[in-house]
Write a protein that binds this ligand. Structure first.
Ligand code: SF4
Length: 75
Protein backbone atom coordinates (compact mmCIF):
# COMPACT_ATOMS: atom_id res chain seq x y z
CA UNK A 1 0.00 0.00 0.00
CA UNK A 2 1.19 3.52 -0.72
CA UNK A 3 2.45 5.64 2.13
CA UNK A 4 2.49 9.34 2.81
CA UNK A 5 5.83 10.68 4.01
CA UNK A 6 6.13 13.93 5.92
CA UNK A 7 8.48 15.70 8.29
CA UNK A 8 7.04 17.46 11.32
CA UNK A 9 9.11 20.64 11.17
CA UNK A 10 7.90 21.70 14.60
CA UNK A 11 9.97 18.90 16.14
CA UNK A 12 12.76 18.37 13.56
CA UNK A 13 16.09 19.21 15.14
CA UNK A 14 17.94 19.59 11.85
CA UNK A 15 20.44 16.85 12.58
CA UNK A 16 20.59 15.89 8.92
CA UNK A 17 20.58 12.17 9.64
CA UNK A 18 17.68 11.59 7.29
CA UNK A 19 19.37 13.37 4.38
CA UNK A 20 22.64 11.58 5.03
CA UNK A 21 20.92 8.19 4.94
CA UNK A 22 18.48 8.73 2.11
CA UNK A 23 19.08 11.92 0.12
CA UNK A 24 16.54 10.75 -2.45
CA UNK A 25 13.82 11.16 0.21
CA UNK A 26 14.97 14.00 2.49
CA UNK A 27 16.77 17.32 2.31
CA UNK A 28 17.60 19.77 5.06
CA UNK A 29 16.75 23.26 3.87
CA UNK A 30 18.52 26.56 4.45
CA UNK A 31 16.18 27.12 7.38
CA UNK A 32 17.64 24.09 9.14
CA UNK A 33 14.61 21.83 8.91
CA UNK A 34 14.20 18.71 6.86
CA UNK A 35 11.62 18.31 4.15
CA UNK A 36 10.38 15.17 2.45
CA UNK A 37 11.34 15.23 -1.23
CA UNK A 38 8.74 12.60 -2.05
CA UNK A 39 5.46 12.68 -0.20
CA UNK A 40 3.65 9.71 -1.73
CA UNK A 41 5.77 6.60 -1.60
CA UNK A 42 4.85 3.80 -3.97
CA UNK A 43 8.13 1.93 -4.41
CA UNK A 44 8.61 -0.63 -1.59
CA UNK A 45 12.29 0.32 -1.49
CA UNK A 46 11.35 3.93 -0.72
CA UNK A 47 8.95 2.81 1.98
CA UNK A 48 11.60 0.61 3.55
CA UNK A 49 14.12 3.46 3.37
CA UNK A 50 11.72 5.88 5.05
CA UNK A 51 10.93 3.32 7.71
CA UNK A 52 14.62 2.87 8.49
CA UNK A 53 15.07 6.60 9.04
CA UNK A 54 12.13 6.78 11.42
CA UNK A 55 14.08 4.53 13.76
CA UNK A 56 17.11 6.84 13.87
CA UNK A 57 15.62 10.34 13.69
CA UNK A 58 16.57 11.75 17.10
CA UNK A 59 13.38 13.75 17.51
CA UNK A 60 10.86 11.36 15.92
CA UNK A 61 9.97 14.04 13.39
CA UNK A 62 9.41 11.69 10.47
CA UNK A 63 5.84 10.64 9.82
CA UNK A 64 4.92 7.71 7.61
CA UNK A 65 1.24 6.93 7.26
CA UNK A 66 -0.94 4.83 5.03
CA UNK A 67 -2.11 6.72 1.98
CA UNK A 68 -5.86 7.23 1.85
CA UNK A 69 -7.86 6.01 -1.08
CA UNK A 70 -5.68 3.16 -2.29
CA UNK A 71 -6.97 2.22 -5.71
CA UNK A 72 -5.95 -1.39 -6.06
CA UNK A 73 -8.04 -2.82 -3.33
CA UNK A 74 -5.84 -5.36 -1.62
CA UNK A 75 -4.31 -3.14 1.04
S1 SF4 B 1 16.76 13.01 11.10
FE1 SF4 B 1 14.91 13.88 12.06
S2 SF4 B 1 15.66 15.60 13.31
FE2 SF4 B 1 17.30 15.06 11.85
S3 SF4 B 1 16.96 16.45 10.09
FE3 SF4 B 1 15.88 14.52 9.65
S4 SF4 B 1 13.76 14.84 10.38
FE4 SF4 B 1 15.05 16.44 11.30
Amino acid sequence: MDRILAVDRSVCGGSGTCEAMHPQLFAVGDDGYAVALKTRLVDPADIEAADSVIDVCPTEAILLTAAPGGADGDG
